[in-house]
Design a protein around this ligand. Structure first.
Ligand SMILES: C[S@@+](CC[C@H](N)C(=O)[O-])C[C@H]1O[C@@H](n2cnc3c(N)ncnc32)[C@H](O)[C@@H]1O
Ligand code: SF4
Length: 385
């Protein structure tokens, strides 16, 4: 018998698309702010966008909210408050919902974090990238290391104890000792969570067109990764996803929901959503128009929707694995069935091949990537294409 699709936990993603300036390595939907930003108009458009998507999520509870960007900390606390009030008036929020706001240390001002907390934000994610001023300059960042530390302290003084620091490694001009020092300075701030990303050269960025000098080669990057993983473990940060490390109980609930093939509404310019529609037994992906001004003008109308795509059953195993195999915990076969509407038997040939290669360990109830499987993650996922 084919298992039924059962709607998984629901999250809400809110995209705020502006930055002080565009970083040369960044391919996110983010745009340099020229002049004053239309905060009120953007919030009005978010509310129209949410209203349009509401029928996709009737009666469901929101377990996490993520303000991503761009640089959400460019928005004043009153704007963030208005968005959260509008959302909680239209959707039921779990009492312990995790509400994260991404912040750029170069936009931190005294008083702002008190405002975000009063608005309901309970987690802050800082784009630190490095504590080395030379590296920060080569990355085109607007902040220096002193401002980074000061910003984190401001948030802590405002009462935030659930803080993530984004760091990147394999940076232009960075050696192993410098990458270690970045982590030591991060540990000194005692964040609950650290995201540690290898710098990648993304198409359509300045770095892709003109790669900077001094990027560590693959062997050097691998040495940095291995050494940093060991340092993070020693400092008490559990490695739970490809690039994510957390103190016990401090994993990011919002990202975990993505990786567990959960559902999310996505509102704002270029935002993506994924919704399981129980009544019609389908999975819908919906994305919004990318350009902020065009999206704002169209928000709430059909023209704001960049596309709607129903995920055929054949594509679901690959999509599921692309997310779930990033997690060290792997996944429960029962969750695979509930979230894809497919029998676990459809996985049997690929699981058998992955077991032969010692990439996955498989029991009657769970599938967990081995250390080898994590190293060859792309090859493992391809087995499910
Ligand atoms: C959307 S940004 C959010 C933070 C905020 N906009 C900032 O940069 O301060 C999310 C994170 O992705 C990481 N990131 C962005 N571009 C990357 C790249 N090309 N390679 C690796 N990590 C990248 C950075 O660590 C960044 O903080
Ligand atoms: S501040 Fe963040 S989102 Fe904005 S351009 Fe830089 S990396 Fe991208």
């Amino acid at each position: 018998m084919t298992p039924a699709l059962i709607p998984p936990p629901l999250s809400l993603y809110v995209h705020l698309p502006w930055c002080v300036r565009k970083c040369p390595y960044c391919d996110f939907n983010s745009h340099a702010a020229n002049g004053t930003l239309p905060f009120d108009g953007y919030v009005d458009a978010l509310v129209r966008d949410l209203e349009q998507d509401l029928p996709l999520a009737w009666g469901r509870t929101v377990h996490s909210v993520f303000f991503g960007g761009g640089t959400p900390s460019l928005f004043p606390p009153a704007a963030i408050e208005r968005i959260l009030q509008a959302a909680s008036a239209r959707l039921r929020f779990a009492p312990d919902a995790e509400i994260t706001l991404e912040a750029n240390p170069g936009t931190a001002e005294h008083g702002r974090f008190d405002g975000y907390r009063a608005a309901g934000v309970n987690r802050v994610s800082f784009g630190i990238q490095s504590f080395d001023d030379g590296c920060l300059q080569r990355l085109g960042r607007i902040h220096d290391s002193g401002e980074a530390e000061a910003a984190v302290k401001l948030a802590q003084d405002a009462g935030f104890d659930n803080i993530n620091l984004d760091l990147m490694y394999a940076l232009p001009g960075q050696d192993l000792a410098m990458a270690e020092r970045d982590l030591e300075r991060a540990f000194a701030l005692q964040p609950a969570h650290i995201s540690h990303y290898q710098l990648t050269l993304e198409p359509n960025t300045v770095f892709f067109a003109r790669p900077p000098q001094g990027i560590p080669d693959d062997d050097a990057a691998w040495d940095i990764q291995e050494r940093c993983q060991a340092l993070l473990a020693q400092a008490g940060y559990g490695h739970y996803e490809t690039s994510a490390y957390a103190r016990p109980g401090r994993q990011c609930a919002h990202n975990l929901n993505y990786w567990r093939y959960g559902d999310y509404l996505g509102i704002g310019a270029g935002a993506h959503g994924k919704l399981t529609l129980g009544a019609e037994q389908s999975i819908l992906r919906r994305w919004k128009q990318r350009h902020p001004a065009a999206w704002m003008a169209a928000a709430g109308s059909a023209a704001a929707i960049g596309g709607d795509d129903r995920i055929d059953p054949q594509r679901r195993p690959f999509e599921f694995m692309l997310n779930a195999l990033r997690l060290h915990e792997g996944f429960a076969l029962a969750d695979f069935e509930a979230r894809t509407g497919l029998s676990r038997d459809t996985l049997a040939p690929a699981l058998a091949r992955a077991r032969e290669r010692e990439w996955l360990s498989v029991t009657d109830t769970r599938v967990v990537p081995t250390a080898l499987g994590r190293r060859f993650a792309n090859d493992v996922i391809e087995l499910f294409l």
